[in-house]
Design a protein around this ligand. Structure first.
Ligand SMILES: NC(=O)C1=CN([C@@H]2O[C@H](COP(=O)(O)OP(=O)(O)OC[C@H]3O[C@@H](n4cnc5c(N)ncnc54)[C@H](OP(=O)(O)O)[C@@H]3O)[C@@H](O)[C@H]2O)C=CC1
Ligand SMILES: O=C(O)[C@@H]1CCC=N1
Length: 270
């Protein structure tokens, strides 16, 4: 069953989610209606997805589920605009994707008839490989949770977590693709330094990340066990691992997640 999906804000993350959901068959473009601050963004979204666009009132009037997708700093204005539209009927489920912004902030800023789910998707949703989590606001129902699970789960893995862990999710999987792109590029740089062409190095590097990630997910083995299977005694890999440890690779990643949690807390007003 397709869902009547609305979007408030249709930038990069919204486009990735909706295109992924359309490809997965959980959303039909003819039942998606989006609004954004600028006409240019609305036009770009319609061209990318085949969805309709409208003003905010049109989105609110026709949608069962609304993805709220402005930047965290733009959420207060978006909530104010929603409040200024005369409401009738039972209201929709609002699924926010804004980093750091709490469910309570959204509930306090929305008319009473809206229910809220707070989520953290990521851009690989575009290719059906998303990693997302969500939590329920005070008035969201189990049916609402099932809807969020169906939408986010159609484009990858979707976990339900308590809200206190949502910023940690942002640190691992919401922002995570950016760290992985940096690592893919860096590994390819190493290959180029050792003589590979840029194109070959990027392909080998990206495929290595894909293969290693697939091994973790499909074998269920702990990453440390899989790592040990690559590292021969007195071999090449252990020399590289020693170099990575010496240069703080592991602690750099842990600190990256901590930095996200701190920034998300700031964006959430903590
Ligand atoms: N990018 C990512 O990987 C992820 C992003 N997020 C979250 O997703 C949200 C969007 O991020 P991203 O897609 O990267 O950002 P973008 O800037 O690409 O998209 C934000 C969109 O919101 C629109 N917008 C701003 N204010 C309003 C408003 N009042 N009413 C309607 N539309 C509005 C903007 O409109 P216009 O272009 O017309 O000015 C723009 O289209 C953020 O809150 C971010 O924290 C979460 C997980 C991952
Ligand atoms: O960088 C950001 O703030 C957003 C949230 C998670 C990924 N991108």
């Amino acid at each position: 069953m397709a869902m009547k999906l609305g979007l408030i804000g249709c930038g990069k993350m919204a486009t990735a989610l909706v295109k992924g959901a359309i490809q997965a068959g959980v959303v039909n473009p003819s039942e998606v209606v989006a609004t954004s601050r600028s006409q240019a963004s609305r036009d770009a979204f319609a061209a990318e997805t085949g969805a309709k666009t409208s003003d905010l009132a049109g989105v609110l009037a026709t949608s069962e589920v609304i993805l709220l997708c402005p930047k965290p700093q733009d959420i207060p204005a978006a909530l104010e605009q929603i409040r200024s539209v005369p409401q009738s009927g039972e209201g929709a489920l609002i699924i926010s994707i804004a980093a750091g912004v709490t469910a309570k902030t959204m509930e306090d800023g929305l008319p009473d008839q809206f229910r809220v789910i707070r989520s953290v998707p990521n851009t690989p949703s575009l290719v059906g490989c998303g990693a997302a989590a969500y939590c329920l606001g005070a008035d969201a129902t189990e049916d609402d949770a099932a809807l969020a699970q169906r939408l986010l789960g159609a484009v990858g893995v979707a976990l339900r977590v308590p809200e206190k862990l949502i910023n940690a999710v942002t640190g691992v999987s919401g922002s995570g693709p950016a760290y992985v792109y940096l690592l893919i590029e860096a590994l390819a740089d190493g290959g180029v330094k050792a003589g590979l062409s840029r194109a070959d190095a990027i392909q080998l590097s990206a495929q290595t990340f894909l293969g290693a990630a697939t091994m973790v997910l499909e074998t269920g083995e702990h990453p440390a066990v899989l790592k040990d299977k690559v590292a021969s005694p007195a071999g090449t890999t252990i020399a590289a691992l020693a170099s990575l440890e010496k240069n703080g690779a592991r602690s750099a990643m842990i600190q990256a997640v901590e930095a996200v949690v701190q920034r998300a807390n700031e964006l959430g007003g903590k």
